[in-house]
Design a protein around this ligand. Structure first.
Ligand SMILES: Cc1ncc(COP(=O)(O)O)c(C=O)c1O
Length: 646
C-alpha cells in the first residue's frame, strides 16, 4: 500500500493539509461572491459601504464574534473523530474533496427536493447514485431501461426505511392492479399469488401498467389511474387494504440478529409493527441462512406473507458479513415455490468495501486479486458475498461512514429504476408538469420519491465530487478500505500480544473474528465467575475510553466504544464458546437479571487512514492503544481498586 497516495486526501491528524483546504475555501468563497456580483451588476449594493462603521453593525458583529468564539471553544470538547487515537464509532477524518465540495456548495443553499430548487446538485445526487450502483455491480447506464437508481438520505436509517417502503409498494401493487380490474394479460390469479409476485415481476408489471395507461386518451387515462390508486395500499392504509383482501395478512420481515435498530424503527414507522420483524439468530454473528430458509418454509405452509429478508454487509457491532450469495439462492428457491419477497442489503457500514473488489472498468476482481497485499481478506465467503450484491433488490450504503464524508449522507439504491415510480407523491407547487422521458428528466423531481422533503444539495455535491476525485475502484477509493483491513490485521496481532501479557490479570478474547475493520474485545478479571462483576469491570474500562465532554479531551489517551453480546443473538454454540473463552460457567448468563443477561465488550472501528503511522507511544497507535488498555486493566484490578469492579 502506497501510503503517500493518502497524504492529500485528509486535513490530517495534525491539520497537515491546512493550506490546501484553506486555499480552496478562500478561492471558492471569493468565487461565490463574484457570482453574486455578476448576477445583475446593474443592481446597486443593498448594504451601504459604510454600514460596518455604524453602531448597530458594530454591536451585531461583536455579538456574532462572541457567540462564534463560544461555539468554537465549546466544540473543542467534541469527540476527536479525526485522530488515529479514536477507535470508537464508524467515523474518522473527512475526505478533503467532500469537505471542500460541501463547504463550497453551502452558500448556494441548493435544496435537492426538486430541480426548481437545485438545478445543479440534484443531477449530482442522481449521478452519485449511479456511481454507487456501478460500484456494487448494477447496470448504471442511464440509457438502459433497467438502469439502477439511487438517491441520498439523511443516513442509513432512512435508507433502510426507504427499502421497506419500496418493498411494500412492490408487494401490494399487483394486488391493487387485479382489484382494479385492469385488462392486462397474465395478471396473477388470486390475491395470494398477486401478493407473492416478487419484486422483479412486480416491477415489470408496474412498467407494463404505466405503458398501457400512457397509451390511453387523457380522460380514460385519468379514470384508470383513479381506479388503480383507489386500490393501492398507499391509499387504503394497511388495515383498509387487508380488509379488502382477507386471504392476506400483515407481511413480516426477516433480518439477522445483528440487524441495526433502524429496522425496528422502520417497521414501526410503516405501521407494520415491530412484532413482524423476525430476527434470525446467527452463526458467529452472520445470518444463519438455513434457519432463515426453515422460517420461510413455515411461512409458505402457513400462508404468512413475507415482505423482505435483510442481509447485512458489515454488521454495526461486529463487522461481520452475511452470506449474501446463499441468501439470494434461498430467495430464488422460495420465489420458485410461490413465496415472493424482496431482498435488501444493509451495507450502511460495509458498502464502500465493494470499491476494493472493482477494477476501473467495473470488472469484479478475483479473490486472489483483492487479497494482494492483505493477509486473510477477503475470505472465500466474503468474496462470494460481495460478488452476489447485484442479486439484491435494494441497498443502503452510507457515505458518512466508510465513505469518509460529513454526516447527513446516507444512500438508498434500487436495482431497477422503473420500480421507484411506485413511491411517487405529487404536489403541483413543487413538481409541476409530467416528468420527461430521459433518466435525469424522469428522476430529477427527487422529492416525489424520497422520505424527506427539503434536503441539502451540498451533501450531494460532496458525495459526487469525492467519487470523481477518488473513483470507486480498488486503485483509487479502494485504498481506504484496504488501509482499514490492514489496520484490522495489525490490531489482531497487537491483540494477541495483549491477551498474553494480561493473562495473569484477566482473560481476554476477540469473541468473533471480524470480516472487515471492526473488532471487539471481551475481558474477564482472572478467577471471576460473575457476569455482573465482569460487566462492571468492562464498563469501567469503557468509561476511561469514552469521550467525556465534562473533561478535557487530552485526558483520554485513546477513545473506544462498547457493545454487548446477548445469548439470543449469539445462539447456543457461540454463547457456550464465548463463555468458555472467558472462563465463565456454561450457565453464567442464565440468571435473567439485567446485569447478568449479556456480556459487555469493547468495540473498535479501525478506519483512521493514519492508524498504522508511527505515532502514539512510539510503537504506533495500535501498540499505544493496547499499552494504554493494559495500564487501565492493571489499575482497575490493582488491590486498592478492587472495589471499583468488585
Ligand atoms: C448496518 C447499519 N445499518 C444502519 C445504520 C443506521 O445508519 P444512520 O446512523 O446513518 O442512520 C447503521 C449505523 O451504524 C448501521 O451500522
Amino acid at each position: 500500500m502506497n501510503q503517500s497516495a493518502l497524504h492529500p486526501c485528509f486535513l490530517g491528524p495534525y491539520g497537515e493539509n491546512d493550506q490546501l483546504l484553506e486555499s480552496l475555501m478562500v478561492e471558492f468563497l471569493r468565487d461565490h461572491v463574484y457570482w453574486r456580483r455578476n448576477l445583475h451588476p446593474e443592481d446597486l449594493p443593498a448594504i451601504p459601504t459604510g454600514a460596518n462603521r455604524q453602531p448597530d453593525y458594530i454591536a451585531f458583529e461583536s455579538r456574532l464574534r462572541r457567540e462564534l468564539h463560544l461555539l468554537s471553544a465549546a466544540l473543542k470538547r467534541s469527540v476527536p473523530f479525526h485522530s488515529p487515537r479514536y477507535l470508537g464509532h464508524m467515523v474518522s477524518d473527512l475526505l478533503i474533496p467532500g469537505l471542500a465540495a460541501q463547504m463550497l456548495a453551502l452558500p448556494y443553499n441548493p435544496n435537492n427536493v426538486s430541480a426548481d430548487a437545485a438545478p445543479i446538485t440534484i443531477d449530482l445526487e442522481l449521478k452519485a447514485g449511479l456511481q454507487l450502483a456501478e460500484m456494487v455491480g448494477w447496470p448504471a447506464d442511464p440509457g438502459r431501461d433497467d438502469c439502477a437508481f439511487g438517491h441520498l438520505t439523511s443516513g442509513g436509517t432512512l435508507a433502510n426505511l426507504q427499502g421497506l417502503r419500496l418493498a411494500l409498494s412492490l408487494k401490494a401493487f399487483p394486488v391493487a392492479l387485479c382489484a382494479a380490474g385492469v385488462p392486462l394479460p397474465g395478471l396473477p390469479g388470486d390475491d395470494w399469488e398477486a401478493f407473492n409476485t416478487g419484486p422483479d415481476a412486480a416491477t415489470a408489471l408496474f412498467a407494463q401498467w404505466c405503458a398501457w395507461r400512457d397509451a390511453l386518451q387523457p380522460r380514460e387515462r385519468q379514470a384508470w389511474q383513479r381506479r388503480v390508486d383507489a386500490q393501492r395500499i398507499e391509499t387504503l392504509g394497511l388495515s383498509g387494504f387487508l380488509d379488502r383482501h382477507p386471504q392476506l395478512s400483515t407481511p413480516c420481515v426477516f433480518a439477522p440478529a445483528t440487524a441495526h435498530y433502524s429496522w425496528s424503527k422502520g417497521m414501526k414507522m410503516l405501521g407494520l409493527g415491530r412484532a413482524q420483524l423476525a430476527l434470525i439468530p446467527g452463526q458467529a454473528m452472520r445470518l444463519d441462512v438455513d434457519a432463515l430458509e426453515e422460517s420461510l418454509e413455515d411461512c409458505l405452509k402457513l400462508r404468512q406473507p413475507v415482505l423482505m429478508a435483510v442481509g447485512v454487509l458489515g454488521s454495526t457491532e461486529f463487522g461481520t458479513i452475511d452470506p449474501i450469495d446463499r441468501l439470494a439462492d434461498v430467495r430464488e428457491r422460495m420465489q420458485a415455490r410461490g413465496l415472493g419477497l424482496s431482498l435488501h442489503l444493509d451495507a450502511a457500514w460495509g458498502g464502500y468495501l465493494a470499491s476494493l473488489f472493482r477494477d476501473a472498468d467495473g470488472r469484479l476482481r478475483t479473490r486472489e486479486e483483492v487479497a494482494t497485499g492483505l493477509r486473510a481478506f477477503p475470505s472465500p465467503g466474503v468474496h462470494a458475498a460481495v460478488a452476489a450484491i447485484p442479486r439484491m433488490d435494494s441497498i443502503t450504503i452510507d457515505p458518512h461512514k466508510l465513505g469518509y464524508l460529513p454526516y447527513g449522507s446516507g444512500a438508498f439504491l434500487c436495482r431497477d429504476q422503473r420500480a421507484i415510480g411506485l413511491l411517487a407523491e405529487d404536489a403541483d407547487y413543487v413538481f409541476d408538469g409530467a416528468p420527461g422521458a430521459g433518466y435525469f428528466e424522469r428522476h430529477r423531481q427527487l422529492g416525489r420519491y424520497i422520505p424527506e422533503g427539503s434536503k441539502p444539495g451540498a451533501n450531494a455535491a460532496a458525495v459526487y465530487v469525492t467519487h470523481r476525485v477518488l473513483p470507486l475502484d480498488h486503485d483509487n477509493f479502494g485504498r481506504l478500505p484496504a488501509q482499514g483491513i490492514l489496520a484490522a490485521e495489525a490490531f489482531m496481532d497487537e491483540a494477541r500480544g495483549f491477551i498474553e501479557r494480561i493473562a495473569p490479570l484477566a482473560t481476554a478474547t476477540v469473541p468473533f473474528a471480524p470480516d472487515c475493520n471492526l473488532v471487539c474485545l471481551a475481558m474477564n478479571p482472572r478467577g471471576n465467575r460473575d457476569v455482573a462483576r465482569m460487566n462492571r469491570f468492562m464498563h469501567g474500562l469503557h468509561d476511561a475510553l469514552r469521550a467525556d465532554p465534562g473533561q478535557s479531551m487530552q485526558r483520554g489517551e485513546y477513545f473506544g466504544s462498547m457493545t454487548t453480546l446477548r445469548p439470543e443473538a449469539m445462539g447456543p454454540t457461540d454463547t457456550a464458546r464465548v463463555l468458555q473463552a472467558l472462563r465463565l460457567d456454561a450457565h453464567a448468563l442464565d440468571d435473567g437479571s439485567e446485569d447478568r443477561d449479556r456480556i459487555v465488550i469493547l468495540r473498535h472501528t479501525l478506519m483512521n487512514p493514519f492508524l498504522l503511522d508511527g505515532g502514539g507511544a512510539g510503537g504506533g497507535y495500535l501498540r499505544g492503544y493496547f499499552d494504554y488498555l493494559e495500564r487501565l486493566v492493571a489499575a482497575a484490578l490493582a488491590p486498592g481498586a478492587r472495589a471499583a469492579c468488585a
